[in-house]
Design a protein around this ligand. Structure first.
Ligand code: ADP
Ligand code: MG
Length: 236
């Protein structure tokens, strides 16, 4: 396991989060007094069984959903105090997202998919957008496929496009929900190599959920979640 940088400043702080969903008559406690701090530069795996609350946690961290109780602080800012618009802006500026099913738009080519999050940046010129897209595609090794449509790509290439789209805004934190679950093991290792490289060379902080035991050896921090709570050490 690689060693984390202990000097990293707190980037994301989750304090006492609770979140329930109504399932018919039953309340499902997806998060149950969950607290977690991520620091700048960490590469963290979030590990837990299906239904343990990984996606719910990532949705809270990603400002996609709000907790019933508890606080989410991003770079020290309590996001609950922000207006919806300010929260959307913060999400676009600070966070990148990678999903299990890639979530690319099939009618757009690779370059256009990667450019999408930049279209929300009012002040950014088309020239700067193009440079950012080219750099992000270069970073994930897809410089030559800019004009290709997603349907023509392999699963590994699609996930690289999604990683480029997550990185193009230069986010402080990238959240990845089981990003390798739909990939074969060789492709999985290449995608993880890429993320580790981006973490080491570009200082991108990652939080990604996974089931994959083999990947856990390669990160600098493992956080186990069980029944909506962070548990230390191995989950039996
Ligand atoms: P994981 O990603 O670890 O599989 P989730 O965060 O998706 O776990 O789910 C945690 C728990 O919350 C599960 O019991 C799940 O069934 C429940 N849950 C998640 N989202 C919803 C929802 N939209 N409606 C009802 N229950 C949900
Ligand atoms: Mg999930």
């Amino acid at each position: 396991m690689r060693t984390p940088d202990p000097a990293g400043a707190p980037l994301l702080e989750l304090h006492g989060l609770r979140k329930s969903y109504k399932l018919g008559e039953v309340d499902v406690h997806a998060l149950n007094d969950l607290s977690l701090t991520l620091r700048v530069g960490e590469f963290t795996a979030l590990v837990g069984a299906s239904g343990s609350g990984k996606s719910t946690l990532l949705n809270m961290a990603g400002l996609i959903d709000e907790p019933d109780e508890g606080e989410v602080l991003l770079e020290g800012v309590n996001v609950a105090r922000l207006s919806d618009d300010a929260r959307s802006l913060l999400r676009n500026e600070k966070l990148g997202f990678i999903f299990q099913s890639f979530n690319l738009l099939p009618v757009l080519d690779v370059g256009e998919n990667v450019e999408l999050p930049l279209l929300l940046r009012k002040g950014m010129s088309p020239l700067e957008r193009r440079d950012r897209v080219d750099q992000a595609l270069e970073d994930v090794g897809l410089g030559s496929l800019k004009k290709q449509v997603p349907d023509k790509l392999s699963g590994g290439q699609r996930q690289r496009v999604a990683i480029a789209r997550a990185l193009v805004t230069h986010p402080a934190l990238v959240l990845a929900d089981e990003p390798t679950a739909n990939l074969d093991s060789e492709t999985t290792h290449r995608i993880v190599d890429l993320m580790i490289d981006l973490n080491a060379k570009r200082g991108v902080t990652f939080l990604f959920s996974t089931h994959d035991e083999k990947l856990m050896q390669r990160v600098n921090r493992i956080v186990h979640i069980r029944d909506g709570k962070i548990v230390n050490g191995k989950v039996p």
